[in-house]
Design a protein around this ligand. Structure first.
Ligand SMILES: C[C@@H](C(=O)O)C(=O)SCCNC(=O)CCNC(=O)[C@H](O)C(C)(C)COP(=O)(O)OP(=O)(O)OC[C@H]1O[C@@H](n2cnc3c(N)ncnc32)[C@H](O)[C@@H]1OP(=O)(O)O
Ligand SMILES: [Co+2]
Length: 132
């Protein structure tokens, strides 16, 4: 694992949350991308080397819609950048972690991503991501 790549925050509205985080971080959203396969719209802000990903559901079946219905808005996941996602997935499986996808899937910026079940990581949903 190389570093924390981003922290994902589930929000009801990217427009509203975008204004709040722009004021909070004193920097604007630098990109908005819909990731249709995940049923989310994402918006990214950057402070120094760190990225915040705001996530709004685009469908009632979205993980974000379900999360907000259960827990309300808030931190949804921590994403770690990895060098070789296939190797990391194999390593984590061997360590007994439950991966939520068998094969890497595509996230924002077309990155390869894989999620680790929060039940095995002390209640924190973990995303692995590899730049392509
Ligand atoms: C675009 C991309 C990118 O960055 O490039 C993204 O980030 S996409 C980000 C959106 N996509 C994803 O999150 C994909 C991976 N997520 C998933 O597969 C799912 O959301 C699961 C994490 C498996 C949860 O789905 P499931 O249908 O099982 O929902 P559920 O409501 O029954 O949840 C089962 C248990 O997990 C808990 N739970 C659910 N989501 C959680 C989260 N984000 N953090 C911590 N705990 C969480 C629930 O409270 C519940 O606990 P109790 O049993 O105690 O009540
Ligand atoms: Co993410």
């Amino acid at each position: 694992m190389k570093k924390v790549e981003h922290i994902g925050i589930a929000v009801n509205s990217i427009e509203t949350a975008g204004d709040i985080y722009t004021k909070l971080l004193n920097t604007g959203i630098y990109k908005v991308e819909e990731v249709a396969s995940e049923h989310v719209k994402t918006a990214f802000l950057q402070t120094g080397p760190n990225k915040i990903e705001l996530l709004e559901a685009t469908h009632p079946d979205s993980a974000i819609a379900k999360f907000i219905a259960k827990k309300g808005e808030g931190i949804h996941h921590i994403a770690f950048e990895v060098e070789d996602i296939y190797a990391e997935m194999q390593r984590l499986r061997a360590e007994g972690f439950v991966l939520l996808n068998e094969e890497p899937k595509r996230g924002a910026d077309n990155k390869l991503v894989c999620f680790v079940h929060p039940k095995g990581t002390n209640g924190v949903l973990v995303e692995l991501c590899q730049s392509v």
